[in-house]
Design a protein around this ligand. Structure first.
Ligand SMILES: CC(=O)SCCNC(=O)CCNC(=O)[C@H](O)C(C)(C)COP(=O)(O)OP(=O)(O)OC[C@H]1O[C@@H](n2cnc3c(N)ncnc32)[C@H](O)[C@@H]1OP(=O)(O)O
Ligand SMILES: N[C@@H](CCO)C(=O)O
Length: 377
């Protein structure tokens, strides 16, 4: 699932036909990648809410995490099988009030929700599949910079994101400090460390060992022909890192799934829960994108080529709120303390209190809303 149904981008900045709220813009030329390769025919899907101020002072950039998309706010509808993933935070009367702010949310480069990724067609009409190039977080931000240029947005009043979205928000603030007025980083690190690289390796290995992976060239294999089993296993591993041990224990303990007997081939309830999330992701997401995005997160190292982490973080000019979740085992609080220590405009760590682990950045919208208010007044 998640295969891009659109024809190749034509190579000129253009507004694609909107599906529901979602629009597309195509880069005028190939995108130069950090690897030295050039990615032609890049198309970026994005959504906007609110109205841009005449002086351009009210633009807010919202950046999604690994399996999120451009639909941050509002109900499900055409082009959006699910409701906005930050609906409690962004919308009319919410902390990011779309009656005041002009909110822009792109789908990430390498994704599968409208922006060019492995399931998209190359300029020759063939799907990229396994030939899609290796991306870095900086490449993804380069595509977002091109989108901002195309929309005429010189400076964001606020850039915010969590997890992989936080990595990109940080890259914006370090790579383009003059274009970021304020910054909110949630549940993200300065660099992906050994623990995160290890989790990612297990997930990518699960996908690549599925015989239906076919080196990434499975998109024309027909319904059910993709590596759904591998993607499901990757999600089970990942989902465990997104929640906390205490929460899982409190919710499921050692309970058997209803009607099943773990001593006779049945599942524990927690296993059934993970199976549910595996199936749900496999139905809505592309395995090739999952691999490309995971490897992009692996590339995340804010200090690479910039004289190290401390030197890179010193480049952030914006007032910054850094938030971590007390029960996050994927990017635990020491990761965010490192950010606070290095970013000149970050005065102290904001701790989101939650039993939900890493996913709290999606769930604890009230606490996040209070943090947004610190930056927006
Ligand atoms: C929601 C979306 O997909 S929006 C698209 C963009 N998404 C994103 O950016 C984030 C992707 N989603 C996620 O990361 C997560 O799903 C979250 C953060 C939204 C989950 O939030 P929570 O509300 O805490 O959900 P939780 O992890 O408790 O899972 C609930 C689901 O597990 C199911 N479940 C609970 N126990 C069991 C069990 N024993 N066996 C099987 N299924 C179970 C529930 O029925 C429920 O199903 P549903 O989501 O299909 O209705
Ligand atoms: N649950 C989130 C976690 C990644 O940070 C997602 O699926 O995108």
């Amino acid at each position: 699932m998640g295969a891009d149904p659109l024809p190749p981008a034509t190579g000129a900045w253009q507004e694609g036909d909107p599906v529901g709220r979602r629009r597309w813009a195509a880069l005028p030329g190939p995108l130069a990648l950090e690897s030295g390769a050039a990615l032609p025919g890049v198309r970026i899907a994005y959504e906007t809410w609110g109205q841009p101020a005449p002086d351009g002072s009210n633009a807010v950039l919202v950046l999604h995490a690994l399996t999120g998309d451009s639909h941050v706010s509002g109900p499900a509808g055409p082009g959006h099988p699910t409701a906005g993933w930050w609906d409690g935070l962004i919308g009319p009367g919410r902390a990011v009030d779309t009656d005041r702010w002009f909110v822009v949310a792109p789908n990430v480069l390498g994704g599968c929700q409208g922006t060019t990724g492995p399931s998209s067609r190359r300029p020759d009409g063939v799907r990229w599949g396994g030939s899609f190039p290796h991306l870095t977080v900086r490449d993804q931000v380069a595509a977002e910079v091109a989108l901002a240029d195309a929309l005429g947005i010189e400076r964001w009043a606020l850039v915010l994101g969590g997890s992989m979205g936080g990595m990109r928000a940080l890259e914006w603030a370090v790579g383009h400090p003059e274009r970021v007025g304020a910054l909110l980083l949630a549940a993200c690190p300065a660099a992906s460390g050994a623990e995160q690289l290890g989790w990612a390796h297990a997930q990518v290995a699960a996908i690549r060992s599925d015989p239906r992976w076919r080196g990434g060239d499975y998109h024309d294999a027909g319904p059910g022909g993709g590596p759904h089993a591998g993607l499901g296993t990757a999600r089970r591993i990942a989902h465990l890192t997104y929640r906390s041990p205490d929460e899982l224990d409190a919710r499921f303990g050692r309970a058997a799934q209803r009607g099943e007997d773990p001593w006779h081939g049945g599942r524990y309830a927690v296993g059934s829960y993970l199976d549910h999330h595996a199936g749900k992701l496999a139905r809505r997401f592309d395995a090739g994108s999952y691999v490309v995005l995971t490897e992009a997160m692996n590339s995340h190292d804010i200090g690479r080529g910039r004289g190290g982490t401390a030197a890179a973080l010193r480049r952030v000019g914006a007032p910054t709120v850094v938030a971590g979740v007390d029960s996050d085992r994927l990017y635990p609080l020491p990761e965010q303390r490192r950010l606070v220590a290095g970013i000149p405009g970050a005065d102290r760590l904001r701790v989101v209190e939650s039993p939900y682990g890493h996913d709290a950045f999606l769930l604890e919208v009230e606490q996040l809303g209070a943090l947004v208010a610190e930056l927006t007044g």
